[in-house]
Design a protein around this ligand. Structure first.
Ligand code: NAP
Length: 334
């Protein structure tokens, strides 16, 4: 039975990946930060097959102990301070966890190695935010980086150190440059889920408006369930490499509002949306749109869930969630 070790198990991707790998017959170990992490009990309840292992990306000895305990064939480093807005307020923490955390994980792998002459394979969760003020459109694996946030800067370090350790120490280390991916497990602080949850609450009469920043910001949004398959595929290749993972389509926040409100039968969302500069970034990224040709041709990967299906799925999930929470009937589909 192959063994996988996932940092960021309590996050959106960690949960999708754990489910995916379990389906592939893996024994799954999830690294848990903190002495009583409240999100872990939910993970254990939903995914009882996940074996929790204590550890923190800020603490190298804890990573070494975690790897010794899990003895993994594959390590997926998904743990990070991942919210761009927070990274502007807590830049040093972001650099430490999202950036230096990758270096610590790589060092831990070098120290522990791999069991049975089978070196550990490593996946690093890189991000389209590294492209920031984009130099070309669409972005590929060869597009130069120009990050526009402390998060983006930390991810560039993580990406570069991953490439450097691959070249210097012959590690099987891959970096997935993933464009935004969403789903019902997305944190409520991220704009897609903030919108779909607010739309559900507005439909149920629990909330009157949603307050957002810029509405013309464009993103390449895919479904997290599709993207974790790409992570796994990268580690099954003969040689380690880096890949852009994206849909190649772009949509504005206004498009997101159109689709989300339409899913509950509301045609004009303007009365329910207010803009506040508080939600605008100090430096915004440009048009992010990825060219995943390399992943398509070399990994055989393609996204399956399109934008409309994704947004509708999230709204329907949030309607169910909020209705159940408040003891209300779930409205019929619009
Ligand atoms: P997420 O939901 O925000 O999850 C982040 C995870 O990191 C949580 O499980 C969190 O655990 C963990 N973490 C935070 N600080 C840690 C520390 N000091 N030590 C160990 N773990 C720590 O993020 P996601 O959406 O699943 O994304 C997964 C990864 O992909 C992240 O690295 C993210 O930056 C990257 N990425 C995401 C996207 C996207 O669109 N989702 C796109 C590109 C790249 P706690 O519960 O303990 O806080």
């Amino acid at each position: 039975m192959p063994r996988a070790f996932i940092t960021g198990i309590t996050g959106q991707d960690g949960q999708h990946l754990a489910e995916f790998l379990h389906g592939k017959g893996y024994e799954v170990f999830g690294m848990v930060k903190g002495q009583n992490n409240p999100r872990m009990s939910q993970v254990v309840e939903e995914f009882p097959f996940v074996q929790p292992v204590p550890g923190d990306l800020a603490d190298l000895p804890s990573l070494v102990k975690a790897l010794e305990m899990a003895q993994p064939d594959e390590v997926y480093n998904l743990g990070a301070i991942s919210f761009v807005a927070l990274s502007f307020n807590q830049a040093e923490l972001t650099a430490n966890i999202t950036g230096l955390g990758v270096l610590r994980m790589l060092e831990a792998i070098r120290m522990v190695g791999g069991h049975t002459n089978n070196p550990i394979r490593f996946y690093q969760a890189s991000s389209s935010e590294m492209f920031g003020k984009v130099r070309e459109t669409p972005q590929t694996e060869l597009t130069p980086f120009h990050p526009r946030s402390p998060y983006g800067c930390a991810k560039v370090f993580g990406h570069d150190i991953c490439v450097n350790y691959r070249e210097s120490y012959d590690l099987f280390a891959c970096s997935g440059i993933l464009f935004n991916h969403e789903g019902p497990r997305r944190g409520l602080e991220f704009v897609t889920r903030k919108v779909t949850n607010a739309v559900a609450r507005i439909k149920l009469g629990l909330q009157s408006e949603v307050v957002l920043g810029t509405l013309d910001t464009k993103r390449d949004w895919g479904y997290a369930g599709d993207y974790v398959e790409a992570m796994w595929l990268m580690l099954q290749q003969d040689r380690p490499d880096d890949y852009v993972i994206a849909t190649g389509e772009t949509h504005t926040i206004a498009d997101l509002l159109d689709r989300a409100f339409a899913a509950v039968g509301i045609d004009d969302w303007h009365p329910y949306v207010r803009q506040d500069p508080k939600f605008m970034r100090p430096a915004e990224v440009d048009l992010l749109i990825g060219d995943a040709t390399k992943a398509r041709t070399q990994l055989g990967w393609t996204p399956k869930v399109d934008f409309d299906t994704l947004v509708t799925m999230m709204v329907e999930h949030d309607l169910q969630l909020e209705a159940t929470k408040h003891g209300m009937p779930v409205p019929a589909r619009s």
